[in-house]
Ligand binder design. Structure first.
Ligand SMILES: *Cc1c(COP(=O)(O)O)cnc(C)c1O
Length: 388
């Protein structure tokens, strides 16, 4: 054998069967082999365990799927390259031309656009309501055959709370699936509800360090088996290295989420006492219009706090510029505290009548808590409020 051939065909170091790594390893391999064609074909027919090609399945991403399903209290999960990918591939996997979707003004912007623009093009119709319109939800589901309801709770940015039991009850009664984008509430919440499918952006709390993107849909084995076929064909796979980083992040998910919620609660209470602040949107405050419902459905009220500055339009930008510890950036769930540029938050894509339902005001500001000391964050907010 010449050097170059030997270099490619060196044997792999494998620990003995009873000598396992404490951390699940990264299988950074696209291809997996069996010693014979017969075993390869048996595996592809599903007659034995095994992996073949990482677009279909990879042990590291499979490990992550298993962890996510356990954390959310469902049977299985399928992951992909981003949260938006998970929304898009789930909707494409479940819907066909002529179907009707119930969705909400307060839904994540790209999800709204996907439904209003892309799915519309494929002949999927929708009705858009406010997530607080309980009577409207019941009326639409009873009156219009609906394939699925897609919603969020708390919503972003003004942390409205969906009545999950009401939505799942109406959907179940009229044969619609429920899809809850549970990114803001986190993987440990809402698992005790009757929701069919949970979507998560793993980019946020799951990874927790702002250095990797991913998405997941979690549900019954049957629904996930159905969706996995489409996920594999749509091709937005999660790389094993990204899956490994998210898997690592999940080990500290709960302590991070808890601390960020504690910080958010204290920040919300501080803001509520400030003269320059008109309204604070945080489900943990007794003044939140659906605090009692939130307290029934959630153990933790979330890490996002938004509020309306009395000074209105433009004040949010001045406040953001004056902050020192909050970075001006998108997203949430990282170690760093963040403030989103206020102008990017409103429902700019919606017609005026729907946009009016969104609950955002000209002076709305959204903060997302990091892992810094809470006293320092409050001091920073105090000085920035003074500066405006
Ligand atoms: C961020 C986010 C997404 C999209 O996730 P990406 O990983 O950024 O693609 C979807 N839904 C919600 C509620 C989000 O906050």
């Amino acid at each position: 054998m010449k050097d170059q051939t030997r270099n490619i065909h060196l044997p792999q170091i494998r620990p003995p069967e009873d000598n396992t790594p404490l951390v699940a390893p990264i299988y950074q391999s696209v291809k997996f082999q069996f010693p014979t064609v017969a075993e390869t074909l048996r595996s592809l027919r599903g007659e034995r365990d095994g992996f073949f090609y990482s677009r279909s399945a990879n042990p590291t991403t499979r490990q992550l799927e298993h962890t996510l399903a356990v954390m959310q209290g469902r049977e299985d999960a399928v992951v992909c390259g981003s949260g938006v990918g998970a929304v898009a591939q789930t909707l494409l996997g479940l819907l066909k031309a002529g179907d009707h979707v119930l969705c909400f003004v307060e839904t994540y912007g790209p999800t709204r656009t996907l439904i209003r623009r892309t799915l519309q093009r494929y002949g999927v119709h929708h009705t858009m309501l406010s997530i607080e319109d309980d009577a409207g939800i019941e009326r639409v589901l009873a009156g219009t055959p609906t394939r699925l309801v897609i919603f969020e709770s708390p919503t972003n940015p003004v942390t409205r709370i969906a009545d999950i039991a009401h939505i799942t009850r109406c959907a179940r009664a009229h044969g619609a699936l429920t899809v809850l984008d549970n990114t803001l509430a986190g993987l440990h919440q809402h698992g005790n509800t009757d929701v069919d499918l949970f979507i998560h952006s793993l980019t946020k709390y799951a990874s927790g360090h702002g250095d990797v993107m991913g998405g997941a849909v979690i549900g019954s084995a049957e629904l996930i088996r159905h969706l996995r076929r489409d996920f594999v064909l749509l091709g937005g796979v999660l790389d094993p290295h990204a899956a490994f980083l998210i898997q690592r992040g999940l080990k500290t998910y709960l302590p991070r989420y808890r601390q960020q919620c504690e910080t958010a609660h204290r920040v919300a209470a501080f803001l509520a006492a400030q003269e320059s602040v008109d309204r604070v949107h945080y489900p943990g405050l007794a003044t939140h219009p659906r605090h009692a419902l939130a307290a029934r459905q959630m153990q933790h009220f979330g890490t996002v706090v938004s509020f309306d500055l009395r000074a209105g339009s433009g004040a949010g930008d001045r406040f953001a510029d004056a902050l020192r510890l909050f970075s001006i950036a998108a997203s949430m769930g990282s170690a760093e505290s963040l403030i989103i540029p206020p102008g990017l938050m409103g429902p700019n894509d919606l017609p005026a009548d729907l946009a009016a339902l969104s609950g955002t005001a000209p002076g709305t500001v959204r903060l997302s808590m990091g892992l810094e000391d809470c006293d320092d964050l409050i001091e920073d907010i105090a000085q920035a409020l003074k500066a405006i």
